[in-house]
Design a protein around this ligand. Structure first.
Ligand code: GTP
Length: 230
């Protein structure tokens, strides 16, 4: 699914200061998309943000040694939603506390935030409230937020119940699903739902019913309790 891939982040800023304003498109080439939006991946270090992005971008999973992200980086991917090509510029942030001042600067022009915790780490789930407080402080008021419980493939080490994720999401009025950057479960759906929401906000034809991101996710998501996982 999805259209042609764009360039990988070439403006990787690891210091502080203002984020770049460029679209990340190669100079001199025609645009291959009609809409674009910035999406940020947030959450504690080790929850799987980089793997989540790479699974979506390349359909691959990096297992083995964990290399923590330093600063911030981005990848572009164009997806087609209802015949409209939407370029997602996806920013992968470092979860480690010491990079927070760098990533804060990027919140304000993000249209969507994917907030991840690790279902095998209670601490990463408990920190979600602090992440949401931070989001409310630094992000735009109308930013699209989605809560994702990642690593749903490792059900034997589960430390956070699906109902607890769903209930926290309800409390904050944000859509929720469990995902796996390893198997790809719900990874594309998360980005597709964001792209659909961005398209809806940009186009908004009066004669079409409003796209509801909550309903869309509820109707499309795969459940981790399903037979696909042991
Ligand atoms: N089983 C399983 N392992 C995962 C999954 N996602 C990530 N991992 C593993 O978790 C570790 C951390 O993944 P990363 O993607 O680097 O984590 P991160 O959130 O980007 O971490 P920071 O860059 O420090 O913020 C790696 O060893 C991955 O292989 C998943 O869905 N399932």
């Amino acid at each position: 699914m999805g259209g042609p891939d764009g360039a990988a982040g070439s403006e990787t800023p690891e210091g502080s200061g203002d984020p770049p304003k460029s679209s990340g498109d190669p100079p001199g080439l025609p645009r291959d998309y009609e809409l674009s939006g910035k999406v940020m991946l947030l959450g504690d270090s080790g929850v799987g943000k980089t793997c989540f992005l790479l699974q979506f971008k390349d359909g691959a999973f990096l297992s083995g040694t964990f290399i923590a992200t330093v600063g911030i980086d981005f990848r572009n991917k164009v997806v087609a939603v209802d015949g409209v090509k939407v370029k997602l510029q996806i920013w992968d942030t470092a979860g480690q506390e010491r990079f927070r001042s760098v990533t804060h600067a990027y919140y304000r022009d993000a249209q969507a935030l994917l907030l991840l915790y690790d279902i095998t780490s209670k601490m990463s789930f408990d920190n979600i409230r602090a992440w949401l407080t931070e989001i409310h402080e630094y992000a735009q008021k109308d930013v699209v937020i989605m809560l994702l419980g990642n690593k749903a493939d490792v059900s034997s080490e589960r430390a956070v119940r699906t109902e607890d994720g769903a209930s926290l999401a309800r409390e904050y009025g944000v859509p929720f699903m469990e995902t796996s950057a390893k198997t790809g479960m719900n990874v594309e759906l998360a980005f597709l739902a964001i792209a659909k929401e961005l398209k809806q906000r940009a186009v908004q034809p009066l004669d079409e019913p409003h796209f509801q991101i909550h309903d869309y996710i509820e109707s499309q998501k795969q459940k981790s309790s399903c037979c696909a996982f042991s």
